[in-house]
Every structure is written in C-alpha cells, then in structure tokens.
Design a protein around this ligand. Structure first.
Ligand code: FAD
Length: 285
C-alpha cells in the first residue's frame, strides 16, 4: 500500500525525511543513509522541496527513483512560493503521470518583497485544492504546534490549519520539544471539529548551533534546560548526540503514549540519530 492516508487509517506510521543532495558527496551520503534506514522498514519516506523551486527536478528525480532502488516509497514536498499556478499544475501532473501518490502541500517561504500576481497561489490550502483537482493523491499539510511565525496569533494559525486539514488527509508538524505543545495543537483542532491524523515531526539535536538556527526560523522554542545541558558538554560531539537522542527518545515515548498516529523523523540525510531513537523505542522494523 502506498497511500499514506490509507496507511494511517490502518495504524501508526513511522517515516523519515530527506533533502535532495547538492553534489556528488551529498549523493553518496544520502544513498548510504537510505540503505541504513531501509532496514528499519519505515512506512514511507519524504523528500523536501527547495525554497523558490531550487530543487524542482532533483526532488522529482529522487521521489521517483527511491522505489526503484529501495523497498521504500516517497512522498513529494511541494511549495506554492515562487511558482505560478500553471507551473505547480505541471509539477503535480508530472508526479501523477510517474505514479507518485502522496504530496505534502506547503505554503513555503516567499521572498520578503515578493508581489503575488492575481490568481496565483499564496497559501497551502490552495495547493491542496489544486493537487486534488489533478489526481487522486493522498495530501498532507504542515502544522506548527507553537504557531507559524508569520501568524499574528495562535488562534489565527489554528483556524487556518483547521481550514486546510479539513480538506487534506493528514498533517506533519514542525519540530518541537514539549509534548504539551503537540497535545494542545491536537485539542485545538478537535475543538474546531477536525480529527485528521497529525504526525509529530521529530528533530534529534546533533548540533547545537544548527538547532538554534532552525528553531529561530521555525518559531519553535528551544528549551533553556536543554540548551544548558548541551552547552555544558561543549564541543564533545558524541556527548551532544547522546543527549539529543535521549531527549528525542523521551519525547517520542510520551507522544506514542498519548496516542500520536506516528512519528516523522527529520534525518538531515544522516542515519545514526534516527536509528538509535528507533531502536530505543523498540521499533526494530
Ligand atoms: P500555510 O498553510 O500557507 O501558512 C502560512 C501562513 O499563512 C501561516 O501563518 C498561516 O496561519 C497563514 N495562513 C494560511 N492560510 C491563510 C489564509 N487563508 N488567510 C490568511 N492567512 C493564512 N519548506 C520548504 O521550502 N520546503 C519543504 O520541503 C518544506 N517541508 C516542510 C515539511 C514540514 C513537515 C513542515 C512542518 C514544514 C516544511 N517546510 C518546507 C516549511 C514551510 O514551507 C514553512 O513553514 C512555511 O513558512 C509555511 O508553510 P505552510 O505550508 O504551513 O503554509
């Protein structure tokens, strides 16, 4: 079965996210990571889309080729930002014709001074509609447990998330560190009458500076206690990774205990942290 909505209807999904490599070294690294993680038997994997369409062909090629050289299938991410409606329709049609069944429909991050011409797509919800018009895809959307940074407030963001999830099949969240943030997102959706599966996105900390940068960009709060623990071990990379895996394992355990419909790991094209968490959780594939 390669339809994520249907998989979720039958039980929990465990999935891994990758980005299209930029050069030959990156390609070799990703190939190794795919081989390492394949043995964990994930429900699906996903491939990101570069801001402004910078990975248009590379995302397509990777999504289409993964089932050819592994036993896994891939969902394609796609963003509205920097594409015309016609370009988006062309990209989605190409996926449909290649047999791809799952798309994560995203707003993306347009350049600050971008001027959107009349009739073009601004929000993910519009891309969900376009994708559904073109084929019988299973469509996912992004959710932001702590609110999206461009939203004036959390209620505004939750209202728009509910609006898009009402027509999509499932959501995957931005990374977060507190199980309460995830549970309040699910509660807020339920209060709006939306009970579609929301898969928590898990980002194991392997590099303090990098996670601080990601957290700042995405609006996720990087807990002071965790930051202190990580700075105490300083440049000891192994110790940072150990703490990152321990913290992510605890978070995953709590999420699963509280009924999360799956886990989606942001792998950053590396396998070690994800594999260790997976094994800690007893999900041996
Ligand atoms: P939207 O749902 O369009 O929301 C964007 C903002 O607009 C929010 O503040 C929302 O509240 C508001 N809004 C929505 N609808 C309306 C409306 N009708 N009227 C007024 N306001 C509205 N980025 C990439 O470039 N490539 C990727 O591959 C990628 N993958 C991602 C995967 C996941 C799981 C997640 C969580 C994020 C990913 N992102 C990716 C980042 C994402 O593109 C950004 O977070 C982006 O800023 C918002 O995308 P969205 O789909 O949430 O947008």
């Amino acid at each position: 079965m390669a339809n994520i909505g249907e998989l979720l209807a039958h039980g929990r999904t465990f999935s891994f996210e990758f980005f299209p490599p930029r050069n030959d070294d990156g390609e070799r690294q990703l190939e190794q990571t795919l081989r390492d993680l394949e043995s964990l038997n994930p429900s699906f994997v996903s491939v990101t889309y570069g801001a402004g369409g910078s990975t248009r062909d590379r995302t397509h090629e990777l999504v289409v080729s993964i089932p050819n050289f592994t036993s896994m299938f891939a969902m394609a991410h796609l963003t509205c930002a920097a594409h015309t409606r016609d370009e988006l329709a062309g990209i989605v049609t190409r996926y449909r014709d290649a047999g791809v069944e799952n798309i994560l429909a995203l707003g993306g991050d347009p350049p600050k001074d971008a001027n959107l011409p009349e009739g073009e797509l601004k929000y993910a919800v519009q891309l969900v509609e376009l994708v559904q018009d073109i084929g019988s895809f299973s469509v996912g959307v992004a959710a932001h447990p702590e609110g999206h940074p461009r939203s004036p407030d959390l209620t505004h963001d939750r209202d728009h998330l509910a609006e898009k999830l009402r027509i999509a099949d499932f959501a995957i969240t931005q990374f977060f560190f507190s199980v309460e943030d995830y549970l309040s997102l699910v509660d807020d959706l339920s209060a709006r009458g939306v009970s579609k599966p929301v898969i928590p996105g898990i980002m194991p900390v392997t590099n303090v500076k990098q996670i601080e940068r990601f957290a700042q960009m995405s609006g996720a709060e990087f807990p002071v206690e965790l930051s202190k623990r990580l700075y105490e071990v300083g440049d000891d990379q192994d110790a940072v990774s150990r703490i990152g895996v321990e913290v992510a394992t605890e978070l995953c355990e709590k999420l699963l205990e509280n009924g999360a419909p799956g886990l989606h790991f942001y792998t950053l094209n590396r396998s070690t942290a994800t594999r260790e968490i997976y094994l800690n959780l007893g999900l041996t594939g």
